[in-house]
Design a protein around this ligand. Sequence first.
Ligand code: NAI
Length: 367
Amino acid sequence: MSKDYQVRDINLAEEGQQKIEWVSGWMPVLNSLYKKFSSENNFKNKKVALCIHLEAKTAYLALTIQKLGAEVWITGSNPLSTKDEIAAALAKQGVHVFAKHAAAPEEYHSFIKSIVENNMDVIVDDGGDVCEFLQENPRYGVNLKGICEETTTGVNRLKELASTGKLLYPAIAVNDAKSKHLFDNRYGTGQSTWTAITHLTNLNVAGKTVVVAGYGWVGRGVAARAHGMGAEVIVTEIDPWKALEARMDGFRVMPMMKAAGEGDFFITTTGLSGVITTAHIQKMRSGAMLSNAGHFDFEIGGGIINIAGGLGHPVDIMDMSFSVQLGCINYFLSSEKQAPAVYRVPPEIDELVTREKLKVERIEIDS
Ligand code: NAI
């Protein structure tokens, strides 16, 4: 067992291990990529760090990377979503875990330093916090072949750095793979947000009015699932095309100031601040419920509803997202170091993951 870890309670390991075993049976695409890459030997003696919501599916990705021969460091990308039993189980299996549920910001930042200070070959980031640390501390990035960025917010931060010529590392926008955002952001967040809300509140959704702020991939999924459960859905947007799309999908569209007086549930899906303000809250009816399904807690305060208050995306959805991650890590490890820029997921990886998914779902298509 590795002593190189910081977790809340190592005695929780068995409970975490059981949860990891459950997800391992539902990630056939990842398992098939594992088989493919195990003969290629690219992971042997390499160092990979992950900063993603630390729960069972992420743990299985970490263990798969370890099984391929790499040494793995990990922290959770949002301390509120870190599951202590999963962190303990990983520590027991020799992964270098630095993560505690609800760690204070200073401790979270020290965890980020701990996972990268041994000069990683590849980093998996979720939201851009590790990248930001390495931009400020480039001495820890000298061996880095690349960053694989999991989510929209992180990709936006990377693109901003690249556009001003400040990005120091090659990065792949994993989020932008079709096999990722079309399914994970939309169906994954759509289902898991409502699983968390109904579980936490024990309230009926049918007949309620749900206000969804933002009609991007996440917003579309959250709105579609609310509609499917019988709610009336109102969408707020700033993008005229998305607003029109929401209307043509059958939803009411209006400014938040107007929607504020109508909603029972409010869900932000923008990744930006100032979407729901004090003025909006003052207009809301007593008992209205606010949740954030975007990346940052500054949308309305509080962690991400589907992860902090639930189990995160369904396992079989994360099977695809993490397969894209594994493919991109393998790609960086097997290629020459590239110039700093934000790269697309190689199309062959994107297609491989979706074709594997079709296979496990026993769906045949025409050519
Ligand atoms: P997106 O860029 O497709 O959609 C964001 C939408 O918000 C855009 O249509 C934009 O016009 C709209 N918007 C921006 N400001 C607004 C405002 N003030 N009022 C109303 N609408 C506004 O991005 P995507 O992929 O939907 O991701 C959204 C956020 O969710 C990101 O922060 C992403 O990182 C996060 N995310 C969260 C997941 C989760 O598990 N909770 C999973 C995947 C992504």
